[in-house]
Design a protein around this ligand. Structure first.
Ligand SMILES: Cc1cc2nc3c(=O)[nH]c(=O)nc-3n(C[C@H](O)[C@H](O)[C@H](O)COP(=O)(O)OP(=O)(O)OC[C@H]3O[C@@H](n4cnc5c(N)ncnc54)[C@H](O)[C@@H]3O)c2cc1C
Length: 488
């Protein structure tokens, strides 16, 4: 089964650092066992007759199923097939795993689909991306992105030597490839990815050639160190269902003179071309579409938990609670509506791809940065202190104070045991380190939300909205002038 192959493939000499130690057998390490077991199950879905049609497609009519993030959509049906596959993986993980590689794979698929247009950036682009796309698709490569540069001094650019030497840059060109040095800030899923899609982030000046690149870097490249944040995985599965199974590790990357072979150097040396690739609409539409489709499962999950909490302690009859529960439903419907609209109003773009309408997806991504923190706030308001009125362990239900446990923890509509289980699940989502990381993730995963909203304004054709205003004012002043003339 593919899940097992995936786990085996991670013992490839990569350098993953956690708590001061280099991890030797990732799948056996307690920080990763639950998460990797979850991913193993998802990968196996591509081999199982009951699920492979939902999450996969058959490239070139072969017998083998590949994940639908590699499907180049040529019609609305194709796009909806991609959507259904993202939704299925998200629902399988209750929206708790956002970087199951389907985002980065979609980016690669978009570049591949737009390769003829993108070849104007570099004549070798077509060959490089085609080879890589097929390799990734046919070998189920797990991919993630590492785009953002480390936070050192955000007020400074590459003219500051401290920044220039730490941001990823080329130190040498060889016949085999380029040698790069520097760090990347966050890559989710880094310890168990096969390859990193790495690109420079800022709009560099044309002279900043050494810092401009788009690369595909294998996770086991010599000199690449994957430095994990603290693990939020919790082996106490009964008390921390989410942390135990769905902890997506984030890591910083140190690239200490890493050789990137030429065939993995998609672009290098021209900041304007790198920017053009990063702004490619085909790739962005496909990748950002994944971002918002997976988001629905998360909103549905937190809404379900909030409804259950409200019911368990019977606060759902109060008007202000009902108002908040209704707000959660509007969040889901707005998100679903935007996705549906983006798909139905999609169009065949210049690359021949049926691409979802990007402006709706941008809106969904932007509003999503506010929805999830608000949903967490509502859950807190509905459950009050109940989230800390739970015992440290479910074990107390089976020990000497069992009778009192059943008596004092009872809810309105549920048994004491179910109520404690529910509130512990809710706490894992809103109060645990795992939960806090999710709130941070939704605020920032799509970039700085402030600049993202501003970009939505800056990139829009504003005259469609302002023209009627100027027309109204013009007509009003003409009416005013004519009434002045007609009233001596
Ligand atoms: C949990 C998590 C997982 C992530 N996973 C990934 C991943 O897998 N791959 C990946 O590539 N990235 C990932 N990211 C990184 C993410 O893309 C960045 O966090 C995001 O782009 C914001 O950048 P920053 O964190 O550097 O914040 P900064 O850009 O440093 O912003 C910090 C604050 O300063 C303000 N600010 C900074 N610079 C400016 C400016 N020039 N103008 C105006 N305001 C400014 C911002 O508005 C913000 O309030 C992840 C982030 C999180 C939190």
């Amino acid at each position: 089964m593919r899940g097992d192959q995936f786990l085996h493939s991670l013992n490839d000499g990569r350098s993953v650092w956690l708590e001061g130690k280099k991890i030797t057998e990732l799948p056996k390490h307690p920080a990763f066992t639950g998460t990797l077991e979850t991913i193993r199950g998802l990968f196996n879905q591509l081999d199982e007759p009951a699920t492979r049609e939902i999450v996969g497609f058959q490239p070139n009519h072969s017998d083998r199923f590949s994940h639908s993030s590699f499907l180049v959509p040529r019609s609305l049906e194709d796009l909806q097939r991609r959507s259904a596959s993202f939704a299925y993986w998200s629902k399988s993980t209750f929206g708790m795993m956002s970087r199951l590689s389907d985002y980065a794979r979609s980016m690669v698929t978009g570049w591949y689909a737009a390769r003829h247009q993108l070849s104007r950036l570099d004549p070798d682009f077509d060959k490089k991306i085609s080879t890589y796309y097929e390799q990734a698709r046919d070998n189920d490569l797990f991919l993630t992105t590492a785009i953002i540069d480390p936070q050192i001094d955000r007020s400074q650019g590459l003219d500051d030597a401290r920044i220039a030497e730490r941001f990823l840059h080329v130190v040498k060109e060889t016949s085999e490839g380029i040698i790069v040095r520097g760090a990347k800030m966050i890559a989710t899923g880094a310890p168990y990815t096969h390859d990193f899609i790495i690109s420079s982030f800022l709009k560099f000046e044309s002279r900043n050639k050494k810092h401009a690149h788009v690369l595909i870097v294998p996770a086991n490249s010599p000199g690449l160190h994957i430095v994990c944040r603290e693990s939020f995985a919790d082996a106490r599965g009964q008390d921390h269902i989410l942390s135990a199974n769905y902890e997506e590790m984030d890591a910083v990357l140190f690239l200490d003179d890493v050789l990137v072979p030429w065939e993995r150097v998609l672009l290098y040396g021209d900041p304007a071309k790198v920017l053009a690739l990063r702004e490619n609409k085909t790739a962005n539409a496909l990748a950002f579409h994944q971002n918002v489709v997976r988001y629905v499962a998360k909103l549905e999950f937190i809404t379900g938990i909030t409804f259950a909490v409200a019911d368990a302690i019977k606060v759902d009859g109060f008007l202000h609670v009902q108002e908040k529960l209704g707000e959660l439903l509007t969040q889901i419907d707005v998100m679903k509506g935007l996705i549906l609209a983006s798909e139905i109003e999609g169009q065949i773009d210049e690359s021949g791809v049926y691409a979802p309408k990007l402006s709706y997806i941008d809106s969904a991504r932007n509003i999503g940065t506010k929805y999830y923190p608000r949903a967490i706030e509502i859950l807190q308001q509905v459950g009050g202190g109940g989230f800390v009125q739970t015992p440290s362990s479910m074990e107390d239900f089976y020990g000497p104070i069992s009778k009192q446990m059943h008596l004092y923890f009872e809810g309105s509509s549920v048994s004491a045991e179910k109520k404690v289980q529910l509130f512990k699940l809710a706490w894992d989502l809103l109060g645990s380190p795992f939960g806090s990381r999710h709130e941070l993730y939704e605020r920032f995963y799509a970039g700085d939300p402030v600049r993202a909203y501003a970009n939505q304004y800056l990139n829009r054709d504003k005259e469609l909205l302002t023209d009627p205003i100027w027309k109204l004012l013009k007509e009003a002043s003409m009416r005013g002038v004519s009434s002045l003339h007609s009233n001596p």
